[in-house]
Design a protein around this ligand. Structure first.
Ligand code: FAD
Length: 323
């Protein structure tokens, strides 16, 4: 994650607020987590700086005045629209064709070989087949559903979370509670908003999520333990979305037990179905690394030998997508 964090800052200059982050202890239990947290960061090569309450409050005056200690780490707020658009723009200018509003209705499967997909253009309503040497399933929490069209299984558990956007920038750094990942323990400033996240549960269908009212309340309650002004901030929006977590059904209740790791499945090897690869799991931060892993598998299948260049290639600006 930290390596990808550094690569993304290098190849997407201007698409991040390079604001760093604070992990903030507000209770004695949080303080108990300080040593294991510092040890874990050291093992992962993440630089840390322990701050006194006065130092933390000087950086973030809206922090809970009961702050007991804070740890500064390299962090950043990603522009979740513009950063992915830069990947699309760069791919497009290298010859990729991008088909928005186009849904895969089914995969074309014959004799355990996938040779493309049947798609519907939701603008024109037209349906057509697209043929391919290799078809990649990169549909996140929907990847199990798409894999089933080829008669194979991928162990994905869709795990939604509720996010709450509040009007106003209540902090400038990414603020986290210094404890094991839990509900409402992160506040991310983005332009004129502060986004409080998140809860975590598991579902069977990534299209059937809802925004449970008690989760929204929890975001207010827990967020206010980091920054008291959260309690009275005006709500701009509350929504939910599903993470694609790797794990079998029945393995997890809340999703927090499941790893944020990612995996590529060559279904020729795992299921005897040729021409079909799934890349899934991961985090937003690891998107480039996931693509590298998957492209290596696809190149191997097609007999292409080429070095991956996406660690070094600076992406076109998001505006180039429309050019
Ligand atoms: C609440 C929440 C908080 C998160 N917080 C963080 C964070 O702080 N840091 C971080 O790094 N990551 C975070 N993530 C994780 C990150 O957002 C996901 O890991 C990432 O979006 C998954 O990327 P993906 O491309 O695999 O899937 P998605 O982004 O879900 O994309 C899947 C795509 O497949 C498309 N699709 C599905 N079915 C079809 C079909 N039949 N035909 C055509 N297209 C189809 C969908 O429309 C969608 O565009 C968070 C996620 C959630 C939900």
């Amino acid at each position: 994650c930290i390596e990808e964090n550094r690569i993304l800052r290098r190849i997407c200059p201007g698409s991040f607020e390079e604001n760093d982050g604070l992990f903030v202890a507000v209770t004695d239990e949080d303080m108990d987590y300080l040593e294991p947290f510092l040890k874990g960061c050291a093992e992962c090569g993440i630089p840390t700086q322990v701050l006194s309450p006065a130092e933390a409050l000087a950086l973030e005056p809206n922090l809970n005045p009961a702050v007991k200690a804070a740890v500064r780490v390299p962090d950043a707020t990603m522009d979740a629209m513009r950063m992915p658009l830069r990947f699309f723009a760069t791919a497009k200018h290298h010859g990729a064709r991008i088909l928005p509003f186009t849904e895969v209705l089914d995969l074309l499967v014959h004799d355990r070989v996938v040779s493309g997909a049947l798609v519907r253009d939701h603008v024109t309503g037209a349906e057509r087949e697209i043929h391919a040497d290799v078809t990649v399933n990169a549909t996140g929490p929907w990847s199990e559903k798409i894999a089933r069209m080829a008669g194979v299984d991928v162990p994905i558990r869709p795990s939604p979370g509720v996010l709450l956007a509040l009007r106003g920038r209540l902090c400038n750094m990414v603020l986290n509670r210094l404890h094991r990942s839990g509900d409402g323990d992160i506040i991310v400033p983005q332009r004129g908003l502060s986004v409080v996240g998140t809860s975590s549960w598991t579902v069977d269908d990534p299209d059937d999520l809802g925004v449970p009212e008690d989760h929204v309340r929890k975001m207010y309650e827990e967020g206010a333990k980091l920054v008291p002004a959260v309690a009275h901030a005006e709500q701009r929006a509350a929504w939910s979305a599903a993470r694609p977590l790797i794990g079998s059904r029945g393995e997890a209740e809340t999703g927090r037990e499941l790893s944020r790791t990612f995996k590529t499945f060559d279904h020729a090897t795992s299921d005897g179905v040729e021409g079909f690869v799934t890349i899934t799991g991961g985090k937003g931060t690891t998107l480039r690394g996931m693509a590298e892993l998957c492209a290596n598998v696809v190149c191997g299948k097609l007999g292409i030998e080429a070095e991956c260049r996406t660690r070094e290639t600076v992406l076109l600006p998001h505006t180039a997508y429309y050019a």
